[in-house]
Design a protein around this ligand. Structure first.
Ligand code: DQA
Length: 148
């Protein structure tokens, strides 16, 4: 696997979860769309969702063994709480983009801080589900210029 897309807790509910904030598109539709774009580019992409912090940490560790070149992650609520996910991403030393469907800066103050942003290549937020596609585009670009 070259690219890994990680979805944090509650994102399995996309489509029905607070549609005014997160939209009507389901996680499956997002993953399919990412899969199609990656296939078009001839790049392998894996997607993984978990409601459990440790499973996300384990998946990040596995990414190093699989030689994953780039990670796109929506850590969801763990964005604002998880030193463990930050340390895992730092630990495997795989570049990543942090993404949020909603504009977290326009929401409650507790969503304004991220444990990941200062170690991310970049952050996309507030652009809805297509933010994942924009992040993938960046990753594909990066892969093309720095193949590994
Ligand atoms: C989110 C924003 C987080 O604050 C929230 O906990 C989520 C989703 C987003 O995609 O907008 O679950 O990461």
């Amino acid at each position: 696997t070259k690219l890994l897309v990680l979805h944090g807790p509650n994102l399995n509910l996309l489509g029905t979860r607070e549609p005014g904030v997160y939209g009507n598109v389901t996680l499956q539709q997002i993953d399919e769309s990412l899969g199609r774009r990656a296939q078009q580019a001839g790049v392998e992409v894996a997607t993984f969702q978990s409601n459990h912090e440790g499973q996300l940490v384990d998946r990040i560790h596995a990414a190093r063994a699989e030689n994953v070149a780039f990670i796109v992650i929506n850590p969801a609520a763990y964005t604002h709480t998880s030193v463990a996910i930050r340390d895992a991403l730092k630990g495997v030393d795989i570049p990543f983009v942090e993404i949020h469907l909603s504009n977290v800066h326009r929401r409650e103050p507790f969503r304004h801080h991220s444990y990941l942003s200062d170690v991310a290549e970049g952050v996309i937020c507030g652009l809805g589900w297509k933010g994942y596609l924009y992040a993938l585009e960046f990753a594909l670009d990066r892969l093309a210029s720095e193949p590994r």
